[in-house]
Design a binder for this molecule. Sequence first.
Ligand code: PDD
Length: 287
Amino acid sequence: MSRIVYVNGRYLPYAQAGVHVEDRGFQFADGVYEVCEVRDGSLVDEKPHMARLERSLAELAIPAPMSMAALAHVMRETIRRNQVRNGLLYLQVTRGAGPRDFTFPTSEVERTVVCIARPLAPEPLEAQATQGISVKSLPDIRWGRSDIKTVMLLPACLAKNAAREEGADEAWFIDNEGFVTEGASSNAWIVLDGETVITRQIAPAILAGVTRATLIEGLAREGISLVEQPFKLVEAQSAREAFITSATNTVMPVVRIDGRAVGDGRPGPIARQLRSKFHQFAAISVG
Ligand code: PDD
């Protein structure tokens, strides 16, 4: 079966799908995106992903290309046409194409909409979760609006590559005061003695992760206490446990930070518990 991509109203074979050379997403990173987990053929946390997309568009004054319900339909149809059972869904909306000009187009320009669905075998991720991942810290050189999910991801690409060069799986960004902001493509969490879970509070410095929000509801259900506040790298290194969250990873234990073992260097019980229950939390959260 050939892969099908949605581009501006059409479902096209992967090799024929493309956007204009002067798309503002290409020239200025003038666009936003969402990544959702696909599980058993359905979108996980669809509503909060659509709500965040709507917010990202509004924050950048990009008019929505269609209603959120219509966009969600495109997403589901892309999953269906590609027969994805487990994998991810990528949706990107840019301000559109036009002669290169920093200021926004004055006339009405059609937004560019691209939707891609990709199967992802669960086994490698499960194997990684059993081992836990390692993280490298780097200065947070991103702009001041990391709460908007823009396609301006060069700092994240640089950070992830620097991490990979040192054999690490994810990068954690550190702000000017030495606090962890978040991962290059994930939210960062630690577990202190007494089983208190800590993650940074929502602010312009971080993305309001959908997985993060679902997990916070789950923590309450599990009776695990949560404190939303910044933490330093040394606190993370001496924490009992650490983990990251994202749509593609759900809950992924972190066992090394800058080469230092977290806890006993193995995935901790809280992270394992939260990972195993995550989709239950997501299902309750939708209903
Ligand atoms: N990234 N922080 C950043 C900077 C991210 O890029 C992401 C997600 C998250 C977690 O958000 P969520 O739980 O909604 O996935 C936090 C996606 C997966 C990506 O860019 O591929």
